[in-house]
Design a protein around this ligand. Structure first.
Ligand code: FAD
Length: 376
């Protein structure tokens, strides 16, 4: 039986990044059910880094992750991980209240956030329908992320430090016998600490371990890319997000990526797009654009998993020794991964909460499983 200091279940961005941090001074094995890491939610994101998104804790961890993305360790990736993009949270006349709130919230995290009027909006996104939007909250420092490079940088770095990533290794059972004995389709593994980074399946894995669950709800989100009329200057425009998050568009390789920003509760599964959600997206996006949504180039769906307060869960289950939660990454798992990985690795090793994150006004309780009041 292979042994390690930490067994990480799930090789999505959460598991890969935490394993990378842990492997600095520990033996780490990552167990992944699929034959490819990143098959589920990690491979299905919109790849946007925005510091005004999510609640106070999410925004702090996102901002605290920026330095890693901008200056990753030597050899982590061959190209920059971030590229200029910017976001516009746009609102119609009847959404003025939401715009004011978004501006206030955004400015708490990012100084450069400002409100721009309809004329400036049209110069930034010339193909918006004139008269559709009243104003927008402009976040110039938002970025596109190279998710593949980030994910593979963590996996490559982990392997370089002697860590192992075992694919086709679905975890079927966990038994606490001094150490954890983890039974998988690829054999048995042993470690004193198990990190549950199983994405939408994190509550399923907790049940396998006899641990209390955290009330995780996977929510399906649909996305697609579509053709735009020839000559439309899509590449340089910012991401455009309805201020109430009911749709968004974003440039993607000469086309636009669109989404109805749906959040339909789902069982953990290999999520697929539903025709109705695609039709809703087309309708909402066409109301805002000066041209119709063209031929779909690709379409997909993924599960964004949340607990009740929409903050991630990172910490030991008090009632199940050696069982560490790293779940509930919701719609922010990529943009927060460097910060979350450091937090998770420090807490899992019994070290203090990272000082730079504490300086941003958050602490271990904000992320702890017990904050949820579920006797975890
Ligand atoms: C449409 C869409 C747009 C998004 N846009 C953004 C964005 O712009 N920016 C951003 O930061 N985030 C975005 N997200 C969210 C982001 O993708 C997720 O937060 C992140 O990928 C979650 O990573 P994860 O590692 O927790 O989950 P996953 O990537 O799903 O990884 C979990 C892994 O655990 C494995 N697993 C499960 N059970 C077992 C088992 N029993 N044994 C072994 N392995 C198991 C699974 O196979 C899976 O590979 C978006 C998501 C979607 C769907």
């Amino acid at each position: 039986m292979e042994t390690a200091d930490f067994i990480v279940i799930g090789a999505g961005i959460a598991g890969a990044s935490a394993a990378y941090e842990l492997s600095r001074d520990a033996r780490v094995i990552v167990l992944e059910r699929e034959s490819q890491p990143g098959y589920h939610t990690t491979g299905r994101s919109a790849a946007l880094y925005t510091e005004v998104y999510g609640n106070r804790v999410i925004r702090a961890i996102t901002s605290g992750s920026r330095a890693f993305f901008e200056n990753p360790p030597p050899g982590f990736a061959e190209h920059p991980l971030l590229a200029p993009r910017g976001t516009l949270l746009i609102g119609r006349e009847d959404q003025e209240g939401s715009l004011a709130l978004a501006l206030e919230e955004g400015r708490r995290t990012v100084d450069a956030v400002s409100l721009i009027g309809a004329d400036e909006l049209l110069t930034r996104v010339p193909f918006l329908k004139p008269g559709y939007a009243k104003a927008a909250v402009w976040e110039p420092e938002a970025r596109d992320m190279d998710v593949h490079a980030i994910h593979h940088g963590f996996l490559k770095g982990l392997r370089a430090r002697g860590g192992r990533v075992i694919t086709d290794a679905e975890v079927l059972g966990l038994a606490a016998n001094g150490d954890w004995i983890v039974e998988t389709r690829a054999g048995s593994f042993r470690a004193p600490v198990v990190i549950n980074a199983a994405g939408a399946w994190a509550d399923v894995v907790a049940r396998l371990a006899g641990a209390r669950t955290v009330g995780l709800v996977p929510k399906r989100r649909t996305a697609f890319t579509f053709d735009v009329p020839k000559g439309t200057p899509v590449e340089k425009v910012p991401a455009v997000i309805d201020v109430d998050e009911t749709w968004y568009i974003k440039p993607e390789s000469g086309r636009l990526l669109g989404s109805p920003a749906d959040e339909t509760p789902s069982e953990p599964c290999d999520a697929q797009p539903e025709e109705l959600d695609l039709a809703i997206a087309v309708d909402r996006i066409e109301q805002a654009l000066s041209f119709g949504v063209g031929r779909f180039h690709s379409k997909w769906a993924g599960l964004r998993s949340f607990v009740a307060d929409k903050t991630m869960v990172a910490g030991f289950a008090k009632k199940t020794p050696g069982f560490f939660w790293l779940a509930g990454q919701g719609g922010y798992g990529i943009q927060t991964c460097p910060g979350m990985a450091r937090i998770a690795a420090d807490l899992a090793r019994g070290r203090p909460f990272p000082a730079d994150m504490a300086d941003r006004g958050i602490d271990a309780v904000d992320l702890s499983p017990e904050r949820l009041g579920l006797e975890v």
